[in-house]
Design a protein around this ligand. Structure first.
Ligand SMILES: NC(=O)c1ccc[n+]([C@@H]2O[C@H](COP(=O)([O-])OP(=O)(O)OC[C@H]3O[C@@H](n4cnc5c(N)ncnc54)[C@H](OP(=O)(O)O)[C@@H]3O)[C@@H](O)[C@H]2O)c1
Length: 244
C-alpha cells in the first residue's frame, strides 16, 4: 500500500492560489488528488508564476475570507471533501497592525476565517473521515515586534488546532497544523528581496537556506495520510531549525 497516494481524494486548499498553499495544492495533485484552491483574485489567469502561483491542473475559485458572509455563501463545486488545508494569511507592515483597523483585518484573515472555513466544511470532512490542516507560523512561539496581530492570530491558530482536534476526534476528523519558518513567497519578499536582511535571516537558520513551499507540502502530505492516523492536535514546526 502506498500511504501517500491520494488518488480519488478531493482536497481544498484555501490560500492555495500562491506560495505555501499553492505548493501544498500541487503536491496533493501530483499524488493523484483532485485539488481545488481559493484566493482573492477574480480568476486563475490573474495569477502569475513569477509571484509563486502555479495553477495548472487545479480548480480555482475566488473567496475573500475576510468576509465571513462570503465564506458562508461559498458554493463549492464538489460535494465530498477528504482534506481541507487552510493556508490563508495576511500581514501588515509599517506598524499598520498597531492601528485597530489593521489589527482586526489580520486577525479576521489569519484566525477568524480558520474557524469559519472549518465549520463550513465540518460535515463533509466528517462524512469522509477526513483531515483538516491549519497553517500557522513559528511566529506563534515568540514575539514578532512589529506585528502584534500576526503574532496573536498565529498563536490563536495553534490553540484552535488543538481544540478542534479534541472536539472533532469523535467525528473521525483529524485536525493538525504546520508552523512554517521563513519560506520564500510573496509575503516574505520584504526580507528575501533585501540582500542584507536575507543574509541576517539565513544566519539564524541552522540548515542555512530558506524553506520552500515543497518543504511545507511534505508535512501536509504526511499529516493528511494514514501514516499520521494516530496524530491529532499537533502543529509540526517546519523551519530548518530557526526557532531551535
Ligand atoms: N512565507 C513564510 O515565511 C511564512 C512563514 C510562516 C507562516 N506563513 C503562513 O503561510 C501561509 C501562506 O503564506 P505564504 O507565505 O504562502 O504567502 P502568500 O504567497 O502571500 O499566500 C497567502 C495566501 O493567502 C491568501 N489570502 C490572503 N488574504 C486572503 C483573503 N482575505 N481571502 C482569501 N485568501 C487570502 C492569498 O491569496 P492571493 O494569492 O490572492 O493573495 C494567498 O493564497 C500564511 O498563513 C502565512 O501566514 C508563511
Amino acid at each position: 500500500m502506498n500511504e501517500l497516494d491520494f488518488s480519488g481524494k478531493q482536497v481544498l486548499v484555501v490560500g492555495g492560489s500562491s506560495g505555501i498553499g499553492n505548493g501544498i495544492a500541487q503536491a496533493f495533485r501530483t499524488k493523484g488528488a483532485r485539488v481545488h484552491v481559493c484566493g482573492t483574485r477574480a480568476k486563475a489567469s490573474d495569477y502569475s508564476a513569477e509571484e509563486g502561483s502555479h495553477l495548472e491542473g487545479l480548480e480555482y475559485s475566488q473567496l475573500d475570507v475576510s468576509d465571513a458572509h462570503a465564506i458562508e455563501q461559498f458554493k463549492p463545486s464538489f460535494d465530498r471533501l477528504d482534506v481541507l488545508v487552510l493556508t490563508q494569511g495576511a500581514v501588515i507592515y509599517r506598524r499598520g497592525e498597531f492601528e485597530m483597523e489593521g489589527f482586526r483585518k489580520v486577525v479576521e484573515v489569519n484566525l477568524m476565517s480558520l474557524m469559519a472555513c472549518a465549520i463550513k466544511f465540518q460535515a463533509m470532512l466528517s462524512a469522509s473521515k477526513g483531515s483538516l490542516i491549519i497553517v500557522s507560523s513559528t511566529a506563534a512561539y515568540h514575539s514578532t515586534m512589529g506585528n502584534p496581530a500576526y503574532n496573536a492570530s498565529k498563536t490563536g491558530a495553534v490553540g484552535l488546532t488543538r481544540t478542534l482536534a479534541e472536539a472533532w476526534a469523535e467525528d473521525g476528523i483529524r485536525v493538525n497544523g504546520i508552523a512554517p519558518g521563513l519560506v520564500d513567497t510573496k509575503m516574505t519578499k520584504v526580507t528575501t528581496a533585501n540582500p542584507k536582511r536575507l543574509e541576517g535571516a539565513l544566519e539564524r537558520i541552522p540548515l542555512r537556506r530558506l524553506g520552500t513551499p515543497q518543504d511545507m507540502a511534505g508535512a501536509a502530505l504526511f499529516l493528511a495520510s494514514p501514516l499520521a492516523a494516530y496524530i491529532i492536535g499537533q502543529t509540526i514546526v517546519v523551519d530548518g531549525g530557526l526557532i531551535l
